[in-house]
Design a protein around this ligand. Sequence first.
Ligand code: ZN
Length: 102
Amino acid sequence: MTVREKLTRLRGRIALLGLVGGLLFLVGLVAGTADPEKLAFAIAGSVVLLVAAFELAFGLRCPRCDARIGPAMSWPPARWLGRSKIAECPSCHIDLDSEARG
Ligand SMILES: [Zn+2]
């Protein structure tokens, strides 16, 4: 498995967590209109969503130098500007398509 595949897999898990948080937020918001006590689900969902966003920003780290590369890999404007893939870690310049150790 390459470094990129490893980080993409982790990013997918974090995105799934964010999706669950977002859905929980929406369900809590809709259910909370009828029963205000169910707004607790919306609060819980927003916390899960925030945790996922935090993990996306700070949790994706280079396996060699431990630098945060989540923003470089996940920041949507980079994709919109046509820079969909970073080739290497911005810090230690390890090729992301090389085999990951461990
Ligand atoms: Zn690195």
